[in-house]
Design a protein around this ligand. Structure first.
Ligand code: UDP
Length: 455
């Protein structure tokens, strides 16, 4: 009772970076905190709050005017300019919200911020409260960047392979792209390193992963800073099933073709469909898109392919008509429902962290074709550490050929399927246990709540 009273008076403010893959996990975490009795407010651009209208949620949204007449999120020419504007608008919004809550008698106890927004720590400090980063990528990725931050290796990489504490031997092409190609996005690399500047000041660093998935690396990071895995942040009804109304992500920045996908999958036999998606951002070159299309066609399997609106023009002419008997191409789908459908035999993915965790947690083997950022490292783990997928090979022109795509799909759907499915189901079980009552992620959340209510 005492804890409940303390909890309802305990207010947390959550600040995600406004991208689908960042908001979803932070919103799910917020909902888990709300189920434990905390009051949680999520600070997001007005345009995003508007897209969520009608979604029942236990979390309060604080819309921030994104200052753009078109209603679009803060437009800016470059990433740096966008970041500057975002910081200016949101640091003001964050400070305002903390003050507003105080005047309503809901004193904010902590700001949970997306780790790529480290300035939130300063704003929290100015208002006399603490802050905790939320890492939207894996612990492995955090450990790689942290080792670079601590100068255990330097760039450009001097050796073809790097061995770091608690990590598998990493080749150049297993590294995050901002490290293997440091000149590609120097600004993002800087952001990935600068986030550690104030880690020594925080009491918690939440990560969307679970302990058993990255056991050794979690243990190593714990000796450096206070990591708390609280994932996978997948709706409860897919895993622990403790919260009956938690069935989806509440937020979709694209409109999914739900009925078309589910009806089509319902008409297929168990394990016969290849589900293909490269997430919300990846944009393949035209030639690569053609190789992928023709690889899918050559595999002679059923495939459900998400080709975002902006990418459809890259499809080979007449591709849809020519493959219509075997395929369904949509601009967005309900990915969790698709991955958990019995007809899906494998997932061909860019290996974004959310997609990777979803496939692992829903027991689906993968063909992985990483594009940038953390995806190459996730692919390395999928293939060599978790053993639930195959990574396509890139030829000497930087292309993944149609033959390679056909080969990998047929391996994962064919001779390797049984073993990979068995491994994937093991991860599904461990993910469920982590979230269930008394599991490692649940315990981390419980312990956090017990401490924060007493501050
Ligand atoms: N997703 C979806 N429908 C689709 C494709 C993707 O709902 O048709 C969701 C997917 O479930 C995941 C997110 O979009 O939660 C993609 O995140 P990820 O980190 O995998 O990739 P990103 O979009 O950040 O590159």
């Amino acid at each position: 009772m005492e804890r409940e009273q303390g909890a309802t008076l305990t207010h947390i403010v959550v600040l995600p970076y406004p991208l689908q893959g960042h908001i979803n996990p932070m919103l799910k975490f917020s909902k888990r905190l709300a189920t434990k009795g905390l009051k949680v407010t999520l600070l997001t651009p007005k345009s995003i709050v508007e897209s969520m209208k009608g979604q029942a949620t236990s979390v309060t949204f604080e819309p921030i005017d994104d200052d753009d007449d078109s209603g679009e999120l803060i437009a800016a020419e470059t990433m740096e300019a966008y970041d500057e504007r975002f910081k200016a608008i949101f640091s003001h919004g964050l400070g305002g919200l903390i003050e507003k809550n105080k005047s309503y008698g809901y004193a904010t106890k902590l700001v949970v911020y997306d780790c790529i927004l480290p300035w939130a720590v300063d704003i929290a400090k100015q208002h006399g409260i603490g802050a905790a980063p939320f890492l939207t990528q894996s612990c492995t990725i955090a450990a790689i960047y942290y080792n670079l931050y601590q100068e255990r290796f330097t760039l450009p990489l001097q050796e073809p392979e790097v061995l770091l504490p608690s990590l598998p031997l990493l080749r150049m092409d297993d590294m995050p792209s901002f490290i293997s190609q440091p000149a590609s996005y120097p600004f993002i690399l800087r952001v990935c390193l600068e986030m550690f500047h104030n880690f020594h000041e925080v009491n918690w660093a939440f990560c969307n992963s679970f302990d058993k998935l990255e056991e050794e690396v979690v243990s190593w990071i714990s000796s450096q800073w206070p990591i708390k895995n609280i994932g996978p942040t997948i709706p409860s009804m897919y895993l622990d099933k403790r919260w009956k109304d938690d069935k989806n992500y509440d937020l979709s920045l694209f409109k999914p073709s739900v009925d078309a996908c589910m009806k089509w999958l319902d008409s297929k036999d168990t394990g016969t469909v290849v589900y293909v998606s490269f997430g919300s951002m990846a944009a393949l070159g035209e030639e690569q898109m053609e190789e992928l299309a023709l690889g899918l066609k050559r595999s002679n399997r059923y495939f459900l392919w998400v080709v975002r609106e902006s990418e459809t023009k890259k499809l080979p002419t007449k591709f849809i008509e020519e493959t219509t008997e075997r395929s369904l191409v949509v601009t967005w789908c309900p990915q969790l429902e698709v991955l958990s459908h019995k007809a899906v035999g494998c997932f061909m993915t860019h290996c974004g962290w959310n997609s990777t965790l979803e496939a692992l947690s829903l027991g689906v083997p993968m063909v992985v074709m990483p594009q940038w950022s953390d995806q190459a490292t996730n692919s390395k783990c999928v293939m060599d550490v978790w053993k639930v997928g195959i990574r396509v090979k890139v030829d000497n022109k930087g292309m993944v050929t149609r033959e390679e795509i056909e080969l990998c799909i047929n391996e994962v759907m064919g001779e390797k399927r049984k073993e990979m499915k068995r491994n994937a189901l093991k991860w599904k079980k461990l993910a469920t246990e982590a979230l269930d009552e008394g599991g490692s992620s649940d315990k981390n959340i419980e312990e956090f709540v017990a401490k924060i209510v007493q501050i």
